[in-house]
Design a binder for this molecule. Sequence first.
Ligand code: ADP
Ligand code: MG
Length: 562
Amino acid sequence: MPIKALDPKVVARIAAGEVVDRPASVVKELVENSLDAGSSQISVEVKSGGVSLIKVTDNGSGIPSGEVGLAFDRYATSKVANLEDLESIRSLGFRGEALPSIAAVAQVDMVSCATDEKAGAYLSLIDGVISGQGSRGRSQGTTVTVSNLFRKIPARLKFLKSVATENSHIANVVSQYALAFPEVKFSLLIDSRVALRTPGSGRLIDGIAEVYGNDIAANMIELNADTTAPLPRVTGMVGSPKVSRSGRGYLSFFVNRRWVNSRMLAKAVEEAYHGLLMVGKHPVAVINISLPSQDVDVNIHPAKSEVKFRNDSAIFGAVQRAVRQVLTEQVTVPRIMAAATEPVFPTVLKETASLPYAGAATGLIPSAPTPAMSLPVLRVLGQLDNSYIIAEGPDGLYLIDQHAAHERILFEKIRQQRSQREVEVQGLLEPITFEVSPRQEAILKSRYQDLAEFGFTIEPFGDRTFLIRALPALIHDRDWAGMLRELLDSLSRGDKSDWAEGVTITMACHGAVRAGQSLADAEMRELLRQLEQCITPHTCPHGRPTMIHLSSSQLKKEFGRT
Ligand code: ADP
Ligand code: MG
């Protein structure tokens, strides 16, 4: 459609703002214009961090010669015409703001040649005022040259970071759009040096190889590429956990191919990697979400870099599922700790035991028990009342409360696994829905991350309903739902460390073998062996004793033999 000044009613609805705060934002606006013009080749050239020169050349549709001047009028755009159009924006630009804003703070020259026109139109502006125009030969497309950015605004110039920093922001903008549009050939020249060149092959992996290098490209996994899948559709590639990074800078999100920042999306991806990455590591991901344009509001942020989804939780779930699915299917890397979780029970035990303490305590405990606290080696004599283990030590008789002792073992194990981010997780084949009260819901929502550290993968599903996708291995076959509710009710207050301690205690309690449960000899031996490894074996996490010791001299005294 032709470029037209927007109706003031439409202008009033636009989340206007200062779009040009640094050279990279000029690059972003110009590249977005080139993409909106359907270009298949876009080259960007910058000098001195973009301050002395930014030049963007494309082979897109061009601007009809009669409209070149209009393009620099404020709120003049060819992309939206009325209020309804704002409801479903399909182009990257829509405000008619960028060119006039850039022209107001720099010298701008534009040469553009539209389809079917013989010669290009030329327009030059200095600080927003036209200083020259005419026609100039060029092939179809547009070249915008921005020089002396912020020359008249020393305060803005002073605010800029070093040339290197501004260059890195510019390189990031071009890289992100190169990832979003792999079918477009991008090139970026920084101070006459080629910083990026993509082939425009249409294959995302080629773009990734150029932007992130071959090492990362070799370890990328493609998300379901079915282009007929229903919307919202999540496509792109994610890195195998082998190529994790120490920052979030390698997470790219596009919504209908618009580059966006979104903590929510970052979280969805990170949750999908739960249990697969080392502590402090972040994944690599290039993800596009396609959805009907009415389902996303792109008009909420001055730089258009944030969006608002109509249904946040549906998008969160879709992204998390898409990523999780390929990770579980394709990642052959064992879960962290897989080696240490080798069951230590003899095979015979595994058949009968419902005991959940499958993890070896050996090697898990950070420091050896201090002699004062440590347990001597105990020999199992039998079980009393299906609740107590009777054992003999070097100095008399021990009666061990099996539940309390197991609680202690699990408590230390959970605490240690969590501190090392090596919690054993049981993924569920089918997610289970979990309903909560409004109050529980509020608490649950504020505790996703805290619970994730314990191995719960929980995502919102609807009104007071959540989906449980993974559980701590320790309690997956227990009444975890009851446990979760108990947690949400009892642990609403307190800071994170109180909370974590509370969760650890509750999980240990629910995971531990009960009183009244009959144990085989080998199970009892294993329990005692693990208790011996504990740092604080004599009390359960609630502070109650795990055992009663009758020394040989006490026994003699009891029996009247001195
Ligand atoms: P917006 O992109 O929001 O419409 P801009 O100020 O960025 O506003 O651009 C104004 C208009 O100029 C656009 O609507 C478009 O018609 C035209 N235009 C700008 N850059 C280009 C380009 N590289 N190729 C074709 N047309 C362009
Ligand atoms: Mg624009």
